[in-house]
Design a protein around this ligand. Sequence first.
Ligand SMILES: NC(=O)C1=CN([C@@H]2O[C@H](COP(=O)(O)OP(=O)(O)OC[C@H]3O[C@@H](n4cnc5c(N)ncnc54)[C@H](O)[C@@H]3O)[C@@H](O)[C@H]2O)C=CC1
Ligand SMILES: O=C(CO)COP(=O)(O)O
Length: 328
Amino acid sequence: MPSAQSGSQVNQNVASVSQPIHLSTIGAGAWGTALAHVAQRSGHQVRLWSRRSAKTLPEVIEGANVILSAVSMKGVRSVVEQLQGLSIPKEVIFVTATKGLDPLTQKTPSQIWQDAFPDHPVVVLSGPNLSKEIMQDLPAATVVASRNVEAAETVQVLFSCDTFRVYVNTDPLGTELGGTLKNVMAIASGVCDGLKLGTNAKAALLTRALPEMIRVGTHLGADPETFFGLSGLGDLLATCDSPLSRNYQVGYGLSQDRTLEDILEHLEGTAEGVNTTNVLIKLAKQEDIAVPISNQVYRLINGKITPQQAVQALMERDLKAEFDDLDL
Ligand SMILES: NC(=O)C1=CN([C@@H]2O[C@H](COP(=O)(O)OP(=O)(O)OC[C@H]3O[C@@H](n4cnc5c(N)ncnc54)[C@H](O)[C@@H]3O)[C@@H](O)[C@H]2O)C=CC1
Ligand SMILES: O=C(CO)COP(=O)(O)O
């Protein structure tokens, strides 16, 4: 992976962006609100838009240098289409913070944004970032990734503050897939904890989850190295070990014999892992990618097996070498 810059170069960049950046945030859910809070803390001008806003979308994006989308996956296409109808200068950077896969095309959010705005820089923001902790100003780190390094560095400056440390990466797809695929693993992790399977089981699950994510990612063109960073392993650890995670809560609820419908009805916000699992399994079947853990999550959320049967199915798989199918 081409490396990001040295510390001294990054500092020069921070110094060169002396003017406040104008950020328009689309989506005022938990994550959009938390990122707006961080950018404000970092001294930039922030406007927030949601479907219930008094101001219109054109009013909110007027004069923005950066437009951040933090809507859930189901809202991405609609937001993209609304923005396509507006005249947005080419220099405006789009940042996508959604962690999901499109059910129609199996594309990632950044691919949808880049297809719709081919002349604009598109930056992915992803990392171990539970929004409730960010809103409490607890220290956290994230990754901003783009093929356009200058754009990524502008976004790095925009969100960096004393409680939020932002790293640049040049692999947007890997960065995005790390945050997306770990949501499936977070469901499995919630089941593991809910069934009280123990520390050994949890360690085995998370350790086997990472190569599964890498297998999917590299098949789709991502850099394997990215998955060992904050947006891959980092987010896997955060989300799979926190009751704050909605995806973890889904898995935990299923382990307590609650129905998926009941869990989702009472959930605070979006659990992207449910849709992601369904899209991923379709993709894995088409492309013949081995995704054993995700497969059991798929069967579980679609009511084909019980949590106990899912665990048993994973334990009874054919014996194999630890690293026989991973080309790192
Ligand atoms: N909450 C968190 O800790 C984090 C969430 N994320 C990701 O950010 C995304 C959003 O998550 P949350 O803010 O937590 O979810 P949320 O459920 O709190 O908010 C979702 C937002 O999307 C908006 N939305 C949905 N459909 C829309 C449409 N058609 N048009 C316009 N807006 C629409 C909703 O109005 C709402 O503001 C998800 O992909 C999630 O995986 C990423 C990192 C952290
Ligand atoms: O992506 C997240 C943390 O990095 C948030 O996880 P949940 O969507 O499972 O709450």
